[in-house]
Design a protein around this ligand. Structure first.
Ligand code: AGP
Length: 762
């Protein structure tokens, strides 16, 4: 249970509406060894669920399962008294209670857990995962990340056949289908259907996206994991086997330190184990995951290696236990049993029997036989270069704060090995190994399309002007969700650049699939190595910002801009006319981490400003040119974490509507650092001043004019850098402001209301 809870806590940023777990129960404390073995052949599964944060689940589990009633529990429940009330009536731990000291280790244990970001049905206890085939028996239990789009017809079909549903979720059809098909196979005399076969028959019926882990009393000690569309990693931890590394392919750009995941050249195949242990799993949400752990705890296994298997939506849930991971691909099904694992790829084929239809109503004609064909496949084990510290808060109070302060180092990492220096330490050229092969094709493109969502889209806005300037190609911007809505005209001579921190955002992934189908060259600007977007793109650049846990994207934004500056520089390296400009930008890049560090010293000033603004209901931010993106991104930060209405406005649009909002009460931030837009911004400030606007101005550190233009304004001075890099510096005070506003207003900046870090559903 400890491992499940820790895994869940690591994944909590992906969803935090409710959480639950299912694990084997040691239901007879007086039983001898022989009895325990027998019990492994038919175990009892306990399911524990709670609304709200993982701390609530932990408190409930300790109390209900182990009779512990400690202070921690009180603390956790104080966070959510309403949730506590609902927990009492829906506890499904089957009334088992034991003291932790009386627990006997199980030979095999397979456990699953999940933290939910609600999509189907409100975040109450009933809708919390794991979902079961029957909440009294818990014969089949499942955790799921994704959305089952055909859940309604499947549910109707199962209801017609007498199954009773208990939740509002799309997921519940999965354990119900397990039970339905399992019973039907038995009735048809198909007694030897394996857990893997059953899971394949179930997933065959599903449409939509899923990462799933199945557990069953019928298959004790076994777990089956399956994936299509949603991310799923497997971790393997054991005492043996050397792991030496070579650089991973796809998105890497040639510099060794750019690559977070490296392939293990050692034992790439499954390891067979002798005896011992168990599989446990923890998971994340309707945006899910599932670490599976094999825990060797008994003294009877002292000669055997400790082997644990984990499944999870991302590596942070398992990095404490293992760095050996493999990324499951779509239509992979992994079966863990008897201390081993095997991965199978489902083969797409028509069922040979003419009476068998695919879809929710099959199998028909009473033909209940497993029909899915699959073949065993190997997946490369890679070594995770992630340190546990990177997913801990360390000396900081919040992840958001930590990640804002990490930016100087993160920006250096983005540039490391890519911005090549001469002997005197000046920047000489840009080297992007992962893109070099494609540079000529990109230069020949008809246009460049920059595509992403939220903050990632804002980084595209920030870089558009430089891309146009250096590549001399038309550059258009697309919000990923809009690409499919509009069925955008993409062509084979387009280059589409997809920007994503997580690399898993469903809208961006769908837009990428669409662009690929149209024949466009697809480039990724991605933080998470091994993610779906980094794997599906033709080439790209990892931004190397390190794990970003806070839901509000901060360091990923600045590193995305820097990575795209590098791309723009590398695409224009042959242009003689741009030599001086390119050189200025490269030298500017070298100074950037130091300038961001300078900006972070403004923390106390921003805290003071936040104190002044904390009761406000609205905030406007004006920017233009390279800093239109700063206005949008600043406003996004303020609204998503501080829960204050905020609008980022292109200053050129001010007179076309927004000016009507200006009065002496409305706080207005104007980004007016010294670049080509400076004079126009000065005029904006004058006009706002004339309407009695309450102004906060972000200006260059050497500026002397703006304070004369608006003597009453609050002035925030930032270091001046090359115009196309200024957005990286200017966003820092706005990130700090939104952080302090959030804390002062008593909100959770790392897990803001209704949001999740990775939006893996459309
Ligand atoms: C930013 O603070 C957001 N939470 C959100 O807008 C995010 O940038 C967006 O969902 C895209 O995510 P991605 O970069 O992981 O694709």
């Amino acid at each position: 249970m400890e491992k499940l809870l820790v895994g869940l806590k690591r994944l909590e940023y992906r969803g935090y509406d409710s959480a639950g777990f299912a694990m084997d129960d040691d239901d007879d404390d007086d039983e001898d060894e022989e009895g325990r073995k027998k019990r492994n052949a038919k175990k009892v599964i306990i399911v524990c669920r709670e609304v709200g944060k993982i701390a609530n689940l932990e408190a409930l589990a300790r109390k209900e399962l182990f009779g512990e009633d400690d202070d921690d529990e009180n603390d956790a429940n104080n966070n959510n008294n309403n949730n506590k009330a609902s927990s009492k009536s829906n506890n499904s731990s089957n009334g088992r209670k034991k003291s932790s000291s009386s627990i006997k280790p199980l030979d095999f244990c397979a456990s699953i857990a999940h933290t939910r970001w609600a999509t189907h049905g409100p975040p109450n206890k009933i809708n919390t995962h794991p979902h079961t085939s029957d909440s009294r028996e818990n014969e089949f239990v499942v955790v799921h990340n994704g959305i089952i789009t055909n859940h309604a017809p499947l549910r109707a079909m199962l209801e017609r056949r007498g199954m009773k549903f208990e939740t509002d979720t799309d997921t519940e059809v999965i354990p119900k289908l397990c039970k339905f098909l399992s019973d039907k196979f038995e009735e048809s005399g198909e007694k030897d259907v394996t857990f893997r076969q059953l899971a394949m028959e179930v997933t065959r019926q599903l449409q939509g996206a899923y990462a799933l882990v199945f557990k069953s009393t019928k298959y004790p000690g076994e777990l089956v994991a399956a994936k299509r569309g949603s991310p799923l990693l497997m971790g393997i931890s054991d005492d043996s086997g050397e792991v030496s590394c070579v650089i991973d392919g796809n998105l890497s750009d040639g510099a060794e330190e750019d690559v977070l995941l490296k392939k293990a050249s050692g034992n790439k195949k499954r390891k067979s184990m002798t005896g011992g242990a168990a599989a446990a799993a923890a998971a994340d949400a309707d945006t899910t995951t599932t670490p599976t752990t094999r825990i060797t705890t008994t003294t009877t296994t002292t000669n055997n290696p400790k082997v644990e298997f984990y499944f999870a939506s991302d590596a942070s849930a398992m990095v404490e236990h293992t760095k050996r991971v493999l990324v499951l691909e779509d239509d992979d099904v992994c079966h863990c049993h008897d201390g081993t694992y095997k991965i199978y790829k489902v083969e797409k084929q028509k069922h040979p029997h003419p009476g068998y239809t695919s879809g929710h109503d099959s199998p028909e004609y009473g033909l209940y036989k497993p029909v899915v064909l699959s073949k065993e496949v190997e997946r490369t084990i890679e070594t995770l270069e992630m340190e546990v510290e990177s997913i801990m808060k360390g000396e900081f109070d919040h992840f958001m704060q930590k990640e804002i302060f990490e930016q100087p180092e993160a920006i250096s990492s983005t540039m490391r090995g890519r911005l090549v220096l001469d002997v005197l330490g000046a920047a000489e050229r840009v080297m992007l190994g992962g893109m070099s092969q494609f540079a000529a094709t990109i230069r020949r493109s008809r246009r460049i399309i920059l595509c992403g969502c939220g903050t990632s889209y804002n980084s595209a806005i920030a870089i558009r002007q430089l891309f146009e300037e250096l590549t001399e190609l038309p550059v258009t911007l697309e919000l990923a969700s809009d690409v499919l809505d509009r069925r955008c005209p993409f062509f084979r001579d387009d280059t589409c650049i997809f920007i994503s921190q997580s690399g898993e955002t469903a809208d961006t992934l769908k837009a990428l699939e669409y662009a690929k189908a149209k024949g466009a060259l697809c480039v990724g600007i991605v933080n998470t190595v091994g993610s779906a977007i980094s794997r599906a793109t033709d080439c790209g650049v990892h931004i190397n910002a390190g794990a970003e846990i806070g839901v509000a994207s901060t360091k990923a934004y600045t590193c995305q801009i820097v990575a795209m500056v590098l791309v723009a520089l590398s695409l224009s390296e042959d242009s003689r006319s741009k030599h001086t400009r390119r050189d200025d930008i490269m030298q500017g890049l070298l100074k950037l981490p130091g300038c961001v560090k300078e900006c972070l010293k403004m923390d106390a000033i921003l805290l003071e400003l936040a104190q002044e603004l904390k009761e406000e209901h609205s905030l406007l931010i004006f920017g233009r040119g390279f800093n239109y993106a700063t206005a949008l991104e600043g406003a996004l930060k303020v609204k998503e974490v501080a829960l204050v209405h905020s609008e980022g406005i292109l200053a050129g649009e001010m007179k076309h509507g927004p000016l009507a909002l200006v009065d002496k009460h409305m706080p207005i931030i104007v980004v007016c650092t010294n670049d080509g837009s400076y004079e126009k911004q000065q005029s904006v400030v004058q006009q706002l001043k004339a309407r009695d606007g309450r102004l906060i101005l972000i200006v260059s550190d050497d500026d002397t004019e703006m304070e004369k233009t608006a003597p009453d304004a609050v002035i925030l001075r930032v270091p001046k850098v090359e115009d196309c890099l200024q957005a990286v510096v200017n966003i820092v005070p706005l990130q700090l402001l939104s952080y302090h506003l959030t804390v002062l207003r008593g909100h959770n900046c790392d897990q803001p209301r209704n949001l999740a870090k990775s939006v893996t559903v459309e």
